[in-house]
Design a protein. Sequence first.
Length: 206
Amino acid sequence: MLETLNQYSLNKKIDNLIILYNQKDFSEVIKKTKILIQKHPESVQLFTIMGITLLRLKEYGKALIYFREAVKINPKNSNSYFNLGLTYYNLMDLKKAIIYYKRSLKINNKNFDALFNLAITYKENKNNKQAINYYQKALKINYDHVFVHFNLGNIYSEQLDFLPAIKHYKSAIRIDPNFPDTYYNLAATFERIKDFSNSLKYYKLS
């Protein structure tokens, strides 16, 4: 009973930390989370909140320390590895970002954020083949994600593979018709295949 009450109390305090984070009161989040970690050194959530707050403040080295502790406490938590991958990505260590995103997916192969970010990282690492591979896997989980389609359209267009580029740009427009960059890129793609009628149509909409 006492353990249940203690967990309830901790959960309420974690909810309060999330409210403070959403209010962008990051200094208060850090201060309160440090105190709570001393009392609850086994809480993955507390280490994660601290890491995410430091990540938001671009204190990447400090964020790594807390995310690593979260992994030590629970090495089977997919999101902890994702957070490490995201931090290394922000440090522009793409090799380590890829390693940790893949570890996240090894635990949960339906972690959409890990698939999406892994695709982005491979694209930055100039590996279009793997970027496409992971974007396609992401689509199997959420087919209506506008930026997956938009980014795939960009990759296919870059590779001069215009038919799938057009398909994905049109899907992006269907999902979000208020994103002008998609119209512009679709128009440019039609222009490259000399379909000037459709090109003009989408340039006007961009």
